[in-house]
Design a protein around this ligand. Structure first.
Ligand code: ADP
Ligand code: MG
Length: 483
């Protein structure tokens, strides 16, 4: 990134409501069905049919409004967005334009150093998806259309241009996905298209306050690609500007294989779509009762859970935000803390093991927390063994490796392998005395002020005890004996 420039990024996320039926018809939304088996006369735009609004999608919108601390409009309006495309049988898409269901929200993103940043949410509106054109059918002369997606309910969430780096954009998408999943209104599966991202990028010289001309990259479908496409697009724009050119406002496509964006069309303006309110659908008016009922039933969300973890378990902001990115990891973590008879394992130590060793190992295996070979109860037990000094932290890592492989319980592994920590002072003292007697030269070095040889002695004791000696006791004994 050129040091004189900064990026400005605004995201539009299309999140599919996980309702069983479409936004205006009763056909199924199940993923992966045979082409054109899930489109009925409404989706196909037969003459005389009338759309009926899916109430589940409306409720999902209200929930998201609360989660984004936004205004939920008591009245919103569905409009027709007119354009011609083969995958759009009506010749228009039903969406919300002037009066969306949700406006003026905020989403807080969390950084590794514990800081946070609020990103403005301009609006969230409900709309229907289009179908899909299929060009790679092994038939060069024809394209095909699959209308299974036509009419699928979407929430389009538009951010303010508040993001300044590709990293921030990645964190934003991950957080939004977490919220959608906590609310159980969208499954967030980007590889199945249930969450897609349009990425708007512009660049400007640092210190300039006006926004630069933006390009919009359409339908980016993984967080990794969001990050990579922004980095590519920003440096492309900087190159154009630095070589004396001007940015054309464009819609661009992300080419995953090449790692580049390419122009698709010059960007259309709102008036190109000839929006007007849909005469077939009454304005959506929400009653206070309905809104209140949903408000009362709101689940604990990532930010609230994060705050609770910080106060209840004294976790750092970052650990708490990582653990609350999914309900599954949060509940896994909370189960590691529970010990027998109402006792608790050290919550901070549990957090270290979950976010460090466990997440690291799962990442390597390409598994998510629900597929962990180590159960939360067993990981908690391992933490318990460290806490009561049965084993050292170092041995614990060895035990953990075994648990990953076999799914076994740590107590059993420690017993079977004879890994219990040696805390018997007189036994360790004997070993220390032997080592000192056999290394006269190194002892001399120590006495002449070379403190670093201490590490050598500790290493020798660990070698003789296969790492089982209690490090604190060993250090004390060495110091005493070396005096
Ligand atoms: P459209 O529907 O035509 O794409 P919107 O007004 O809905 O237009 O804005 C789309 C997104 O573009 C928003 O997320 C907004 O924050 C972002 N955006 C607007 N201007 C800029 C800009 N100059 N640079 C980067 N992002 C921008
Ligand atoms: Mg757009």
């Amino acid at each position: 990134m050129h040091p004189d420039y900064e990026m400005v990024i605004g995201l539009e996320i299309h999140a599919q409501v996980n309702s069983k039926t479409k936004l205006f018809s009763g056909s199924s939304t199940t993923f992966g069905a045979e082409p054109n088996t899930q489109a009925n006369i409404i989706d196909l735009a037969m003459p005389g049919v009338l759309p009926v609004l899916n109430t589940e999608a409306v409720d999902a919108g209200i929930k998201l409004g609360f989660a984004l601390k936004a205004r939920v409009n008591r009245k919103s309006v569905f409009s027709r967005k007119n354009y011609f495309y083969p995958d759009l049988p009506k010749g228009y898409q039903i969406t919300q334009f002037e009066l969306p269901i949700v406006e003026h929200g905020t989403l807080t993103i969390d950084f590794e150093d514990g800081s946070t940043k609020d990103i403005g949410i301009t609006r969230m509106h409900l709309e229907e998806d289009a179908g899909k054109s299929v060009h790679d059918f092994g038939d060069e002369n024809h394209s095909h259309v699959d209308l299974n997606r036509a009419g699928t309910p979407l929430m389009e969430i538009v951010s303010e241009p508040d993001l300044r780096t590709s990293e921030e954009a990645g964190i934003y998408v991950r957080k939004m996905r977490a919220i959608l999943r906590f609310l159980d209104i969208c499954d967030g599966n980007m590889d199945e298209g249930s969450m897609r991202c349009d990425v708007n990028v512009s660049v400007r010289k640092k210190g300039v306050t006006e926004l630069g001309t933006r390009c919009e990259i359409k339908n980016v479908n993984s967080i990794r690609s969001v990050v990579k496409s922004i980095d590519y697009e920003a440096s492309r724009q900087i190159d154009v500007i630095e070589s004396g050119g001007e940015i054309a406002q464009q819609t661009r496509l992300w080419d995953e294989a090449k790692g580049t964006t390419r122009a698709m069309r010059s960007k259309e303006d709102a008036h190109d779509y000839r929006y007007f309110s849909d005469p077939d659908i009454l304005p959506l008016c929400l009653t206070e009762e309905r809104i209140e009922k949903i408000k009362q039933a709101m689940p604990e969300l990532p930010d609230e859970m994060k705050a609770r973890f910080i106060t209840e378990y004294e976790l750092t902001n970052y650990d708490a935000s990582v653990l609350t990115l999914s309900r599954a990891s949060a509940s896994y973590y909370e189960r590691t803390i529970e010990a027998e008879e109402g006792k608790k394992h050290d919550p901070k130590l549990c957090a270290n093991w979950v976010t460090g060793e466990l997440f690291g190992a799962l990442n390597k295996m390409g598994k998510d927390i629900t597929q962990s070979p180590v159960s939360p109860e067993n990981l908690g037990e391992l933490v318990g063994l460290i806490q009561d000094k049965t084993i050292s932290g170092k041995i614990a890592k060895q035990v953990f490796e075994e648990m990953l492989e076999t799914g076994g319980a740590p107590k059993k592994i420690v017993e079977e392998k004879g890994l219990v920590q040696i805390t018997d002072v007189s036994a360790l003292d004997g070993i220390v005395k032997d080592i000192i007697a056999n290394n006269a030269e190194t002892v001399e070095q120590y006495k002449s002020g070379n403190q670093r040889v201490m590490g050598f002695f500790v290493g020798q004791v660990m070698k003789q005890t296969q790492g089982k000696a209690n490090p604190g006791i060993v250090n004390d004994l060495l110091r005493q004996n070396l005096q």
